[in-house]
Design a protein around this ligand. Structure first.
Ligand SMILES: *Cc1c(COP(=O)(O)O)cnc(C)c1O
Length: 360
């Protein structure tokens, strides 16, 4: 047969492209610039020696679940672990979306949300952010008041724009709707805040966190949700039984038990973010948006060309200039002090050379 019965629903779907390229300074994916601390890596190696590779893992990763629950003042039933936050986002669309159901999105934001809605046949209702990338709070509250929204994702701090959402707004939203409200706190550690206290009073809140950013584990694939037991149970219904493998569970437990060791790196990244912001403000032609995360969104004329020139200098950042509402925007992940210096120096050089070329 030289024909295949492709599903027409996916005819126009493009596979996800992380736009990863080799470079000296990898500042495009919001990863931690620091590998796991040596002591943790040593402990992982020690524990791996006793791992039964031939056995299926605990499908629910209960040991890790219990560690996370205890640290958050919750029970095992309030936690589900996933193969990265991304799996849990997909499971959200599976469990709460589907044909005939609606997802309220606040673009520009993480593109994975809308992609998951498309894959699951969920209708996307967009309430775009304001020009300064703050959430249109009135717009969201007015739209949910119509009563037909099934789930909402609020990203705080938002990716790729960097802003935190106010606790008051989240509380108001939770009180205004019976839709599931996910607060994606993938970058919460860099903002030193969480809406976890709201879990006590609001059954429709679910919080997403990940090991990929502040905890240096993007390569491991671990994320988790905190929520009401009935909400978590919906996730247990749709999840792949063995999505979190034994090695990831072992690493997750070791990292989580030693999570206080990440405080100096998190503090350092916050300080570097603020230093990078000061440096960016001094570069003419660059508009930097305030950020509570480990990245900064900037607007600069001819962003794609700037991206290319930076890449030629060994600095890889993320080009968002073709995304809706993000014309001429680049997202710069905070790296090590050395990497951030290379980025600032590169930007200054590239813009200066362009000015000179334009004047000639
Ligand atoms: C990185 C990220 C995640 C989770 O990423 P994983 O690596 O799959 O855990 C979730 N939400 C946002 C907004 C992110 O940027």
């Amino acid at each position: 047969m030289d024909n295949v019965r492709f599903n027409p629903r996916f005819a126009d779907v493009a596979p996800y492209d992380a736009k990863y390229l080799p470079a000296d300074c990898l500042l495009s994916a919001n990863e931690s610039p620091y590998n796991l601390p040596d002591d943790i890596r040593y402990e992982i190696r020690k524990r791996l020696k006793r791992l039964d590779y031939n056995r299926y893992p605990d499908p629910l990763a209960n040991e890790l679940r219990d560690l996370i629950a205890e640290a958050n003042g919750l029970e095992r039933e309030n936690v589900v672990v996933g193969n990265g936050g991304d799996e849990l986002l997909f499971n959200t669309a599976l469990a709460f979306g589907g044909p005939g159901r609606k997802f309220l999105n606040c673009p520009p934001t993480f593109s994975v949300y809308a992609a998951n809605a498309e894959l699951t046949g969920t209708e996307v209702v967009n309430v775009p952010r304001l020009a300064n990338f703050r959430i249109d709070e009135m717009g969201v509250l007015t739209r949910v008041a119509e009563g037909d929204i099934d789930f909402i994702i609020v990203t705080s701090p938002n990716n790729p724009t960097g802003q935190l959402v106010s606790d008051d707004f989240i509380r108001h939203l939770l009180e205004s709707t019976d839709a599931l409200v996910m607060v994606d706190e993938a970058y919460g550690e860099f903002a030193r805040t969480t809406c976890r206290p709201l879990l006590e009073r609001h059954k429709n809140l679910v919080i997403l966190r990940t090991f990929s950013k502040a905890f240096s584990c993007a390569g491991v694939r671990l994320g988790y949700l905190l929520g009401d037991a009935a909400v978590i149970n919906e996730y247990l219904k749709v999840r792949q039984p063995y999505s979190v493998d034994a090695v990831s569970q072992l690493i997750g437990c070791t990292v989580y038990q030693n999570r206080q060791m990440f405080s100096p790196n998190i503090q350092g990244i916050i300080e570097e973010r603020d230093r990078l912001m000061e440096g960016l403000k001094e570069i003419e032609g660059v508009q930097a948006f305030p950020s509570d995360a480990n990245f900064i969104l900037v607007r600069v004329a001819g962003a794609s060309e700037v991206w290319e020139k930076l890449y030629e200098r060994g600095v890889l950042v993320r080009d968002f200039s073709h995304a809706p509402m993000l014309e001429d925007c680049l997202r710069l992940s905070v790296g090590t002090p050395k990497e951030n210096n290379a980025l600032l120096k590169g930007l200054r050089k590239v813009l200066k050379e362009r000015n000179r070329a334009q004047q000639a």
